[in-house]
Design a protein around this ligand. Sequence first.
Ligand code: BT5
Length: 324
Amino acid sequence: SSSVKKQLYEALANADGEYLSGQALADIIGCSRTAIWKHIEELRKSGFELEAVRKKGYRLISKPDKLSDHEILIGLETKTIGRHVHYYESVESTQLIAHKVAREEAPEGTLVIAGEQTGGKGRMARPWHSSKQQGIWMSLIIRPKLPPEKAPQFTLITAIACARAIEEVTGLETNIKWPNDILYKGKKLTGILTELQGEADKVNFLVIGIGMNVNQKKEDFPEHVKEIASSLEIEAGHKVSKIEMIQKILKYFEKYYELYMEKGFAPLKILWESYAAGIGKPIIARTITGEISGIALGISNEGILKVEDDEGTIHHIYSADIEF
Ligand code: BT5
C-alpha cells in the first residue's frame, strides 16, 4: 500500500500540475478507482495539497516540505550532483557522516542531509546551530582531480551557487562575505565549510558543508546567534520551500563546478565579484597568525583575498574571519 501511495505521488508529480483522472491513475498504477481515492486521502493526510475537480480528476498543488531522499530526487535537474542522497532525521553533523561514506567510496556528487544536527560545526570547530527542519543542513561529496591547494576555491564556488539559488527562489539579493558567509543586509543566512581529504599532491575528496537558515523566526535562534543571523523566511516575509532551495543549490553547484573544471577559476571570479561584499572597503582580517587591517582589494585569480595595509603592503590572505 505504501508503494501504491508512492506510485500515485510519482504519477501526479510527473503530470506537472496537469489533472489526471481517477481512471487514468488507476490504469497507470494498476488498481481500482476506489483504491486511488483512498490513497489520495492518505497523501492529503501526509501533507500533500491535492485538488480534485469533477470530470477532470486530481492535480498536485504542493508536496509537504518534509525532507526525504525521495523528495529531493523528484524534480532534481542535475546529472551527478545530489543523485545519491543519504537523509537522516537527526545526526551530530552531516560532515562527519559525509567523511565516513566518502571513505566507503560514495560516488561523486553524493549528498548527506539531515533534518537536524545536534553538533553542527563551523570553521575551527565553532558550533553551527542547526534546528530541526528549519534549515538546510547538508554536505556534498565531490572528487575533483585537482591539487589540494585548490580546495578553498570550492567554498567560493559553493557560495556563488547558494547566492544564485536564493535569488531565484526568493528574489533576495544577497552578498558573499569572503570566504564563506552569505549575508543579507549584513546578517548571516548561510555558512559554508569545505573540508579536504587528500594527499600532498592530490585531492581524494572534498566534503562541502552548507548550512542555510530557511524557516527560522528570530526567536528560534539562540541568544548569541540572534544578533548576527537571519533566515530566508524572516527576510522574504514568507515560508520558503527547503526542497526547492536544495534542488536549486545542487543545480547551480553542478553548473559552476562544471564551468570551473572546464575553464578554471577565472569565469567564477567574475561571478563571485558580482556578489562580493566589503571589497574596496576597510576591513580587519583575523588569521591564525594575527590581524591585518587594510583595504580589501578583491580576490586573486586563485580566490585568495588581497588586503592593502596603511603602508601600501599587499597581503595575500588564504583563510581568515573578516570584519567590516
Ligand atoms: C561556517 O563557519 O559558517 C560554516 C557553517 C557550516 C555548517 C554546515 S551545516 C551542514 C554541515 N555540517 C556541519 O556540521 N557543518 C556544515 P564559521 O564561519 O566558522 O561560522 C560559525 C559562526 O557562525 C559561529 O561561531 C556562530 O557565531 C555563527 N552561527 C552559528 N550558527 C549559525 C546559524 N545557524 N546561522 C548563522 N550564524 C550561525
